[in-house]
Design a protein around this ligand. Structure first.
Ligand code: SF4
Ligand code: SF4
Length: 474
């Protein structure tokens, strides 16, 4: 199998791709997903989540000022940004799994570039008309009416783009407050800068970039060539059934004369509706986003001429080759060693992350035994070991902790942060997100050599964390 180079201007020789509107199963699914994605994107910042008094109540809040990311009941702290890395790795693995199952199906149905391009195309069609009207207008001289329509289209696009940029910043602060501030001109210049940047990028990418973004800017088409899977359900043209293409009338005559004739009537509907401007009949293309719109277009044609649907369909390359050999097609093999391995890896990673989150502590303590010297013999017969203790307060408020040291002979143990202040516990204060380093001396009898346990207790919650070390003799 080889991919053909995308012809990005297949819809019109010297102009932009102007896709025709289409109705059908996949178009309906895409509309529902578009409505769902936009509702989630615009509505999520206003969803509340009770975290208790004095805590932010926004369900999803990326609080950059406090370096704290809130996702419903989960809070990612500055010391835990590795969870975000884990999340990105997980998202990549899900994309690879989707690709093994159905090619670039993410690109065709869920990707923000697709969702916003579909929305912009809808506006364009409502204002300037469908493909035929637009192609005619593109070749005709400008009239005042057309200038007015173009101006109106760009005004609506800019409004949507501003709404998109505006909604994005709401994830970074309390949404109702920031919305009021932004509308009344009281938001910060950083907020206005972000809104402007996202307005312009949305306007540019969905209004003008469109299929060029999916083919030339996105890394996925490049990856697609490398991770292509012959068992994945991708949109394919069943050439063994469609060729030789000819009009329905000629095909009927050819069949009557016992000559071969395909089901493709060369109506060009599959090319006209393609948002990527490609002709799937030329074979798989790296530009194809698996959106299924050409399937809808071809099914409509097949229905009109009373032929079996599915000349273009989601099918595996293996089945296509089977069809070419005149063999029966087989049901899609969703569970294969590759998909099972990726799914297991996804479950293992997400399970590991969930376990790590569920068992994480608000306290963190690290202990380093000083080596120069490891132990000092004191004139009173005791031995002193020095340690650097690092106490990390992962909370957004100051905390008080108590540090104790436990060993084989507790009666002879004492801790101190300076000479003459020995006691059985020391108190450590740490500010929000602060790591306090404390030099701690541990005193013990000459027979104490062996394991030590440093026990840190939060004086507010009583939560405890321990770390093990050793007591050494000179
Ligand atoms: S060829 Fe078909 S599935 Fe691929 S992008 Fe075009 S319309 Fe979508
Ligand atoms: S829509 Fe179907 S019948 Fe029409 S050109 Fe495409 S493949 Fe052929």
């Amino acid at each position: 199998m080889t991919y053909h180079t995308p012809k990005l201007k297949a819809s019109r020789a010297d102009g932009p791709v102007v896709p025709q509107s289409v109705t059908g199963r996949y178009r309906r699914i895409k509309w529902w997903l578009l409505a769902f994605c936009l509702t989630v994107y615009y509505g999520l910042p206003f969803l509340r989540w009770d975290r208790g008094p004095g805590r932010p109540d926004q369900a999803i809040l990326l609080d950059l000022a406090d370096v704290r990311f809130h996702f419903f009941g989960l809070e990612i702290r500055p010391q835990e940004l590795y969870y975000l890395t884990g999340g990105l790795v997980l998202a990549t693995m899900v994309l690879v799994l989707l690709n093994a199952l159905a090619g670039r199906v993410w690109c065709g149905f869920f990707c923000p570039q697709t969702v916003w391009t579909d929305l912009f195309l809808l506006v364009e069609r409502k204002i300037e008309g469908d493909r035929r009207d637009r192609l005619r207008a593109l070749d005709a001289p400008l009239t005042p009416r057309r200038v007015g329509l173009i101006a109106l289209k760009h005004a609506v696009w800019l409004l949507i783009a501003a709404g998109t940029g505006g909604a994005f910043v709401l994830y970074f602060a309390d949404a109702p407050t920031l919305l009021t501030d932004a509308v009344t001109g009281q938001a910060s210049s950083v907020a206005y800068g972000m809104i402007l940047t996202l307005t312009l990028t949305t306007y540019g990418l969905a209004g003008f970039g469109r299929e060029k973004v999916c083919t030339w800017m996105c890394p996925w088409p490049r990856l697609q060539g490398a991770i292509w899977d012959p068992e994945a359900l991708t949109v394919n043209y069943r050439d063994y059934r469609g060729e030789a293409r000819m009009s329905a009338k000629k095909a009927a005559a050819a069949r009557a004369a016992g000559l071969p004739a395909g089901d493709c009537v060369d109506c060009n509907a599959c090319v006209a509706v393609c948002p990527m401007g490609i002709d799937i009949r030329q074979g798989p293309s790296i530009a194809c986003i698996n959106c299924g719109l050409c399937v809808d277009a071809c099914d409509t044609t097949m229905f009109r001429i009373d032929r079996e649907r599915g000349l273009i369909d989601f099918d595996s390359w293996t089945n296509l080759e089977r069809g070419r050999r005149g063999e029966e097609r087989r049901p899609a093999r969703v569970l294969r060693p590759k998909t099972a391995a990726i799914a297991v890896a996804i479950v293992a990673l997400s399970g590991g992350m969930a376990l790590s989150v569920a068992t994480r502590s608000d306290l963190a303590v690290g202990v380093t035994h000083e080596r120069t010297p490891v132990a000092v013999a004191l004139s009173d017969g005791r031995v002193r070991n020095a340690f650097e203790v690092r106490v990390t307060n992962t909370l957004a408020a100051s905390e008080s902790f108590e540090l104790r040291v436990e060993g084989a002979a507790p009666a002879t143990l004492a801790v101190a942060t300076r000479a003459g202040s020995e006691s059985d516990a020391i108190r450590i204060e740490a500010g929000p997100d602060e790591t306090r380093k404390v030099r701690v001396s541990v005193f013990g009898g000459p027979d104490l050599a062996g394991g030590l346990t440093f026990r840190l207790t939060s004086l507010r919650t009583g939560a405890t964390v321990t770390v093990a070390d050793r007591f050494s003799l000179p």
